[in-house]
Structure formats: structure tokens, C-alpha cells
Design a protein around this ligand. Structure first.
Ligand code: 5AD
Ligand code: SF4
Length: 484
């Protein structure tokens, strides 16, 4: 019989979906590396293959089932290979995954990820299938369901981060908003805020490891609320406390819920120079009837009031949004109201999605998914074209201006052309405080520092420029100006 220590411990992991999933994968990989695993980008070489999945749209699930289908054949020649499905789809489909893909060994939901190392070992040593999922929302009391979804925030794995200088920090799990189209309240369970003491301890540790920018994560990050030692902590309090950590230069937070974008929070952001001037506050639709059908909990008038508050308190902030096109019964006129909303608020960017019916949601049981796919596609394209035009026009205002960026490393183009650090200077990328991507030439040693870049050209997604100077901040108080 083989034991866990006999095999070569090569791990392949594919992650789809949102930042929460990227963070979950980082944590799973950290736990497995601690047990001697190493990552491989080659699925054929791996003896453990994990998929961290997304259920928000059907398309994301199809992709995983296709990938699993391809592995069925390779497993015939590699019977020792352990295959696992993690995350939202695992929580949603549970045993169905074993039925559809019998060669899968483990299925582990979002709230049970600490079980992954044990279940892999069991699958390998005894060939037993492992299922670890949390309770369905109706399977127990709120407390019982909540405690079956663990917030999984143990070890960290820098290799899985966007860059060594950037890290996600989870401040909440789950969601209680129950927008009628959305599967997340089922796949990630009840809304639970993490204790501030844990969040701060984790952020301090990340800062000691060299992280300069943290992105606080929650499905509705600005609904954060936790009572600790008699004090009620909100997102504003967390932003203030994290601002005190000297090594952390920037604090981002996603995703915001429009109703909870309070004046107090905006004022706190204004008073905290490290808090990002970037607010992702999805509107989802421009028509009140559609918003009501989506059960978003606000009207266009209230969203407009929120935008007015943002403009008044934080005039330089960039606001981005999400939109769903082709939701149940959406008329052309209603679609045009979403278009009008984009024209009115000129979002920095919008993520646009074709409605995808999700089993188990209110919309799936109440309203027919009656907009033909070609109409959804046409509306999606029309909206994307409008948003791109606006994004490019707004980016053009930066031409000739100097912006401060946190340098993230080589740009995608430089990476594609195989440009590595030992080749010296190349095309770098970074982001401004308002989350605009900036591309410029520079030395890779700038990575993780703040640089000033003068913008000379733009596209709808990117600002292009030349570096002016940069400041390398090593320890607080020792600022080292270096000419570029
Ligand atoms: N179909 C299409 N888009 C969806 N989203 C959430 N659920 C669905 C669905 N069923 C979109 C919303 C959300 C983003 C993360 O995904 O716009 O803000
Ligand atoms: Fe889904 Fe609505 Fe919760 Fe966002 S707020 S995760 S769209 S249910």
C-alpha cells in the first residue's frame, strides 16, 4: 500500500472565479506545501489535480466539467492520480459531481477547505472518495448553518499571490442579501464577519512578509460589522486600524453594496490617505422594476443619491460597476435604462454579464429565463462598447498628468515575450490609487515601490507613460529618493 509520503507530491491547481477563490487557492496550496507538495503547471505531471470552482454563471461550471472530462482518459493511465473539486460548485452540486465525473476523488465546499489535505491523503491511501460540504441554508438553524461554513484563513503562500507585494485579506464570508439571480448565499453560506483582532494579526504578518497592498475581501465588504470587547467595528474602523501598519501603503476593498455606502465610510476614506480611491459598487441594472425583480434593495434614485455622496466627499474616486443584461423579462426599453445609467455615471469600468439562470435561486423558481441568447449577446456587446468608449475618454484626461503607481512587476507583454528580471529593464505595470492600470518602462527592482509616471497615451483599459522618479520606501522614516 502506498502512503502519503511515497508519492511525488506534485500539485496542479486551476482556479476560476472571483478574488475569494484566488485567496482560497492560496490557502489550500499553502497547507499542501507545508506537507511537502510542490506546484506544477503541467497537469500530466501532477499526482494531485485540484479545481477551485465558481458557480456564479453556468459557463464557469461547464468549463470545469469539460476539464474533468479530459482527465477521465489520463486517469486510465495514471490510476494513482487524485482529482479534487473544491469551492462553490462543490458546495452546490455535492454528490452530483461524483455522478457526472466518477473519476473525481474529493469534493470539498467553500466552508470545509481545511479538510483538503486529509481527504487527499485518504483518497491516495485507501482510494476512498471524500465529500466535505457545509449544510444547505435550510438544513439547520442560522447558527448551525453558519458554523458549518468555516472561515478558512490559515497559512499563506506567496507564490499564489497576484504579486509578492499584494495580498488579499478576507474580512467576511458568505452573503445574506439573496439577490434573486445569485447563487452565492447558497455556495458561501450565511454572512459572517471575521473578528478585527484576527484580521489585524493576519495583515501585520503579511506586512512583515513584504506585502505593501492589501485588498480586503467580502461579498458586501462595506456591510462589515463585528462587536469586539463592546465596540462595534465597521469597515471604516478596519481601514483606520490597518492604516496604522507602517509597511502597508495601500488598502483596497471589494465588493461594495450600494445601500451600505454610508457618508461615514466615505468620510473615513477621505481622512485615510492609504485607503484606495476606488469604489466597486455594482448597480446591476438601470431600471427600478428590474432592480425590484432582482431584489437588490435599492432604487435608481437611491443609487443616484449614493453617487452624489461619493462625488461630494471623494471627488477623485473612481467608481466601477457590474451589470447583468438579459435578466428575466428584460425589455429593450429596460435595457436602454441600464445604458443611460452608464452614460450618466460614466463608471471607470463595468463588468457586464449575460444573465445565467442558476438552480436553487429565487429567479430560477419564479421567472422564466426568456431572453434569447442572441439578444443577451447583442445587449452585452452594445453595453461593452459604450463602457469602453467612456473608459477611454475618461482615461484620456490623464494624458500629460503625473500619477503615482505601486509597481507590480513586468507587464503581460513583457512576460509573454519571456522578459525576466535578469534581462534588466523592461515594460512594467502598476496601478494608481484609483485602480487604473499603468504600463511604463523601468527596472524590475522597482517592483513593490511607488513610482511616478507621466502619462502620454491611453486605451480603454490602460494608461501608458514614462517614469519620472520613484521613491523606495524601505522602513518608515527612511525614504530613499533615487533617480530613474
Ligand atoms: N448571471 C449573470 N451574472 C451574475 N452575477 C451574479 N449572478 C449572476 C447570474 N446568475 C454577476 C453580478 C455580480 C457578479 C459577480 O456576477 O453582476 O455582481
Ligand atoms: Fe450575490 Fe447579491 Fe450577495 Fe452580491 S449581494 S453576492 S449579487 S446575493
Amino acid at each position: 500500500m502506498t502512503t502519503a509520503s511515497d508519492h511525488n507530491k506534485k500539485l496542479f491547481i486551476e482556479t476560476v472565479g472571483c478574488q475569494m477563490n484566488i485567496l482560497d487557492s492560496e490557502l489550500v496550496v499553502a497547507a499542501l506545501k507545508n506537507q511537502g507538495y510542490e506546484l506544477t503547471p503541467d497537469v500530466a505531471e501532477a499526482d494531485t489535480v485540484l479545481f477551485n470552482t465558481c458557480s456564479v454563471r453556468e459557463h464557469a461550471e461547464h468549463k470545469i466539467y469539460s476539464a474533468l472530462g479530459r482527465l477521465k482518459f489520463s486517469k486510465r493511465t495514471r490510476p494513482d492520480q487524485v482529482i479534487g473539486v473544491l469551492g462553490c460548485m462543490a458546495q452546490k452540486d455535492q454528490e452530483l459531481i461524483f455522478k457526472k465525473a466518477p473519476h473525481v476523488d474529493l469534493v470539498v465546499g467553500t466552508g470545509q477547505l481545511s479538510e483538503v489535505p486529509r481527504l487527499i491523503d485518504e483518497a491516495r491511501t485507501s482510494r476512498l472518495r471524500g465529500l466535505a460540504v457545509s449544510l444547505d441554508r435550510k438544513e439547520g438553524t442560522r447558527l448551525e448553518v453558519s458554523s458549518s461554513f468555516q472561515s478558512y484563513d490559515p497559512l499563506r503562500e506567496p507564490q499564489m499571490r497576484p504579486s509578492p507585494y499584494q495580498s488579499f485579506v478576507r474580512i467576511m464570508i458568505g452573503c445574506d442579501k439573496f439577490c434573486t439571480y445569485c447563487v452565492v448565499p447558497m455556495t458561501r453560506g450565511p454572512e459572517q464577519s471575521r473578528p478585527p483582532v484576527d484580521i489585524l494579526r493576519e495583515t501585520e504578518l503579511l506586512a512583515q512578509q513584504g506585502v505593501k497592498e492589501v485588498t480586503l475581501l467580502g461579498q458586501t465588504v462595506n456591510s462589515y460589522k463585528f462587536t469586539q470587547d463592546g465596540k462595534v467595528w465597521r469597515l471604516a474602523d478596519l481601514l483606520a486600524a490597518i492604516s496604522e501598519i507602517p509597511e502597508i501603503l495601500r488598502i483596497k476593498f471589494v465588493t461594495n453594496y450600494p445601500k451600505d455606502m454610508t457618508r461615514e465610510l466615505l468620510l473615513a476614506i477621505r481622512s485615510l490617505p492609504k485607503a484606495a480611491r476606488y469604489l466597486h459598487v455594482p448597480a446591476q441594472h438601470g431600471c427600478n422594476d428590474m432592480l425590484a425583480k432582482m431584489k437588490r434593495g435599492y432604487t435608481i434614485e437611491q443609487y443616484r443619491e449614493m453617487m452624489a455622496r461619493i462625488t461630494e466627499v471623494l471627488p477623485d474616486a473612481a467608481v466601477s460597476s457590474d451589470f447583468i443584461v438579459g435578466f428575466c423579462g428584460e425589455t429593450e426599453e429596460q435595457h436602454q435604462k441600464s445604458m443611460d445609467l452608464i452614460r450618466e455615471f460614466r463608471f471607470k469600468n463595468s463588468f457586464i454579464f449575460k444573465y445565467s439562470e442558476r438552480p436553487g435561486t429565487k429567479a430560477a423558481s419564479l421567472f422564466p429565463d426568456d431572453i434569447p441568447d442572441d439578444v443577451k449577446r447583442a445587449r452585452n456587446n452594445e453595453m461593452l462598447e459604450l463602457q469602453n468608449r467612456i473608459s477611454e475618454e475618461d482615461n484620456a484626461q490623464f494624458i500629460g498628468r503625473e500619477v503615482e503607481v505601486l509597481v507590480e512587476g513586468f507587464s503581460k507583454t513583457a512576460q509573454k515575450t519571456g522578459h525576466h528580471a535578469d534581462h534588466g529593464p523592461g515594460q512594467l505595470t502598476g496601478r494608481t490609487m484609483c485602480d487604473r492600470i499603468v504600463v511604463f518602462d523601468g527596472n524590475p527592482r522597482l517592483t513593490g515601490t511607488l513610482a511616478n509616471v507621466r502619462i502620454s497615451d491611453v486605451s480603454s483599459t490602460t494608461l501608458l507613460g514614462q517614469m519620472v522618479t520613484y521613491e523606495q520606501q524601505t522602513t518608515p522614516g527612511s525614504i530613499l529618493p533615487i533617480l530613474s
